[in-house]
Design a protein around this ligand. Structure first.
Ligand code: SF4
Length: 265
């Protein structure tokens, strides 16, 4: 279903659309049975937008966008998924719904990934407020934490790639999802229990830690870390090879495995 369409909150000259899918079930091994939300440019196919730079309207300053010289991207999202949604959208395959302030019945009791593709900060905050009003849980991540309204911290983790970024985002009120180039123990971080390095103990819809400051439970855990993974991992490591020295020396050697275990039990 189309939950909102309008000017991007990142680049208001561009029109974007937010589409939620998965009401009849999804099969993502990491997120589990979560609804997925796709933030797409309304007038450019996702693959074309990556080439033309129109993806700025939905991804803003995300460092995983295509390199302007090489065209290579380190984003973990396979563009096939957003492309399928965009094609169906262009065929008129999604109904448009109006989101009331006190929640739409289709979201009641469900879990949702805010921004399965695209950044939640491209969409007005009231859309997420309405959706999360009666969902059971959500996860969300933004790379726009330096620029967007800090109120997004209520719904989203700040996506960070270094401890310096974590400190900066924390000062703005965010909890952080910290992607590291290798498996590191870092103070005030817990390891994502769905990660390879944690043994894939659970899925996001059972865990729910990445809900920004939305719930008391998640807010008790300062930050979440994970080692870079997925399609763009090799390129990410190439781009961050200089960070390896920094991150290793900044590691505090404090085990967080116990925290993960006790949270999951
Ligand atoms: S910490 Fe939990 S919610 Fe966050 S990515 Fe890992 S499994 Fe998903």
């Amino acid at each position: 279903m189309i939950v909102w369409q309008g000017p991007s909150r990142i680049d208001p000259e561009q029109e974007v659309v937010c589409i939620v899918t998965g009401f009849t079930g999804t099969s993502n091994p990491k997120t589990g049975q979560m609804l997925q939300s796709w933030i797409l440019h309304a007038h450019h196919h996702p693959a074309a937008a990556l080439k033309s730079g129109h993806d700025y309207a939905i991804c803003g300053r995300c460092p995983h966008r295509p390199d302007p010289i090489t065209g290579k991207r380190s984003c973990y999202v396979n563009i096939m998924g957003p492309s399928q949604v965009w094609n169906k959208y262009k065929r008129g395959g999604y109904e448009k719904v109006w989101l009331p302030e006190d929640g739409h019945p289709k979201f009641r009791g469900r879990s949702i990934r805010i921004g399965s593709y695209g950044d939640p900060a491209a969409v007005p905050l009231w859309v997420w407020e309405s959706i999360c009003y009666n969902t059971h849980m959500h996860t969300g991540y933004t790379h726009q934490w330096r620029d967007c309204n800090p109120a997004y911290a209520a719904f989203c983790m700040a996506s960070c790639e270094s401890e310096a970024e974590v400190a900066e985002a924390e000062a703005l009120g965010y909890r952080c999802f910290h992607v590291t180039p290798e498996n590191l123990d870092i103070q005030n971080h817990v390891l994502c229990p769905a990660s390879d390095e944690a043994g894939k103990k659970t899925t996001c819809d059972s865990c729910g830690l990445c809900a920004g400051n939305y719930s008391d439970r998640s807010a008790r855990i300062p930050h979440v870390r994970i080692t870079v993974h997925g399609r763009g991992a090799r390129l990410y490591k190439e781009n961050h090879h200089h960070d390896l020295r920094y991150s290793s020396s900044a590691s505090h050697g404090q085990s967080t495995g116990g925290l993960v275990d006790s949270r999951e039990s």
